[in-house]
Structure formats: C-alpha cells, structure tokens
Design a binder for this molecule. Structure first.
Ligand code: 2HA
Ligand code: ZN
Length: 293
C-alpha cells in the first residue's frame, strides 16, 4: 500500500487540519507524532526508503542515522510518523509527503533515520526529544498510547499568566469550568514552567508529567496531550482548551466565583462514570478568588 492511502496517515492528516482550523497552529507552531503499529508499518513497507525503495533526488539525509538528542531505549526499533521541523500544519493536507515523515529509532534508542516523506528536504520536528520521551513514558504505563500532540491554544496559554504554575491548582480551576473535564481526564494536568523549547531539558520535565498524566501545559508557550488514537488526543486538547476559554471569560468578568462545582460534587462523579477523580485536586478552598487554594 502507498503511505498516503494508509488509515493511520489519514487520521494524522485530519488532526493537523482540525488543529489548524481551531487556530492552534500559527505559522509553523505545533507538532504531532504517532507510534506506528507493526501491521501498519508492514502495510506500507514497499515505500520505505532504504528498506524497499530508493531515495528521491535531493534527499541525501534519507536512511542516515542522526542523533535524537536524548535516549529512548524502550522505543528501540520502532517507527513513527512525525511532522517536519519548520513545516506549517495548514500545509500537511495539501502536500503530506513534503511536510511529514516516517522515522525509525535505532537499536540503542539514541538515533533515528528518515524512511519516507519530507521529499523536498527537512528534518523531523524540533520537539522530537519531547515527543519521543513522552511516547516512551506513555508506552510504559499503557502500550496502547500512540499519539502525542503539541499546539499553541490561546486560552490555555493566557491562563499561564494569571494562575499559579501549579498542576493541582491548574487542574482544579479547569475541572470547575466543565463537568466533562474530570470525566475525560480524572488524573488531571501538569504544568511545566517556562523553559527553552526544543531540547532535552524540557523533554525530561514534560515526560515526568506524562509518566502519570495525559496532559502537560507549557507555561507561556502551549500544551501537550497524549492518547490512544487521534480522536481521543485531539478531543482531550479540545476539552481542556474549551474549559480554559470558559475560565478566561469568567476571569474577565470577575476575580471570584459566586458559585461553582464543589469537591463532594466531583466525588459524586466517581461511581456513575467509573472514574477516580484524584483527591489531590479536591482540596478545601480557603478563598473564592480564582487561582487561590
Ligand atoms: O514551532 O511549536 O515548540 C514548533 C513548536 C515548537
Ligand atoms: Zn510550540
């Protein structure tokens, strides 16, 4: 099968278009990765350069092992579909083969090579260390998690200027904005303070959160979500950003709430929805000021 005909590629492209339509991908903002299943990579092997196909003209980097910039030994030998560095999400649907690539991680988990895509040149996403380290910790806790998505949603970013950069407070304030939130992500969200993007340090900080939670906020930058498929991952980002939008509206009217969802009301969701809302987020508040514990 051709890579562009594969269902996992279609799902990847759709997420890119949907993310752009939401306004989460100005210029080359954001990146997406998918850990490809064994049967999926077998189905497109005829098009993998250096395995069964020749490299296109002008793409000397094909098949050359390059440093990831971190170690992901638990992902050794696996294949990934990732967006390209500097590429625009709005162009992925128009010319998929020029804007995304399939890479393979080597047996040490320290190097990757390009096997398909970026056919007009380029490298995988600048956030490759964060994507692979997140996919690694996610695979350890749930082998079904395959998607990691980074974007720049305005309301989540706006809140990082007014809420304390504390995962428990962030989670509680977001939870209170929509009953759906604790049902969709009962383990809450984490917050990474401002750090230089693109390197190993921010990848380590994010993967510490992703080892236990599906969502990490990057202060003054954006957010990372993971999930078992494209719908669940995009839906998680959409849910958090929608709640953040409500909180931005509330906070724009007032710095305190007249009424809200109470800790015991969150606890009442556990049984009917078969979830366990982490008690860390259900602290008794001493203040009605938004963002104070
Ligand atoms: O430009 O979003 O974090 C891509 C990014 C880097
Ligand atoms: Zn970014």
């Amino acid at each position: 099968m051709k890579v562009l005909d594969a269902e996992f590629v279609k799902g990847f492209v759709r997420l890119c278009s949907d993310g752009f339509a939401q306004g989460w991908h100005e210029r080359n903002g954001g990146n997406l990765s998918y850990r490809i299943k064994e049967d999926e990579i077998e189905s497109v092997r005829e098009e993998l350069i250096g395995e069964d196909a020749p490299a296109p003209d002008g793409c000397q980097d094909y098949g050359v092992w390059k440093e990831i910039g971190t170690q992901v030994p638990f992902l050794a030998g696996e294949y990934f579909l990732v967006t390209g560095s500097g590429k625009y999400f709005r162009n992925v649907e128009l010319d998929t083969a020029a804007n995304v690539c399939i890479i393979k991680v080597d047996e040490t988990g320290e190097k990757y090579k390009i096997l398909w895509g970026l056919n007009k040149g380029g490298r995988p996403t600048s956030e490759l260390p964060s994507h692979l380290m997140n996919l690694e910790v996610c695979k350890k806790r749930n082998p079904e998690i395959r998607v990691v998505y980074h974007c720049h949603p305005a309301n989540i970013i706006a809140l990082t200027y007014v809420l304390p950069l504390d995962g428990e407070v962030f989670t509680r304030e977001i939870f209170e904005m929509a009953t759906e939130c604790p049902v969709v992500f009962p383990q809450g969200i984490g917050v990474v303070p401002w750090m230089v993007p693109g390197g190993r340090d921010i990848a380590v900080a994010t993967s510490k959160i992703m080892a236990a939670q599906d969502f990490a906020v990057w202060a003054h930058h954006g957010a990372f979500a993971c999930g078992t498929d494209f719908d669940i991952t995009f839906g998680l980002m959409h849910t958090v950003e929608k709640a953040a939008e409500v909180l931005v509206k509330v906070r724009s009217m007032t710095d305190r709430k007249r009424q809200t969802i109470q800790p015991d009301e969150f606890r009442a969701l556990n049984e009917p929805f078969g979830i366990h809302v982490d008690e860390r987020f259900l602290y008794e508040k001493k203040s009605d000021i938004i963002g104070e514990r």
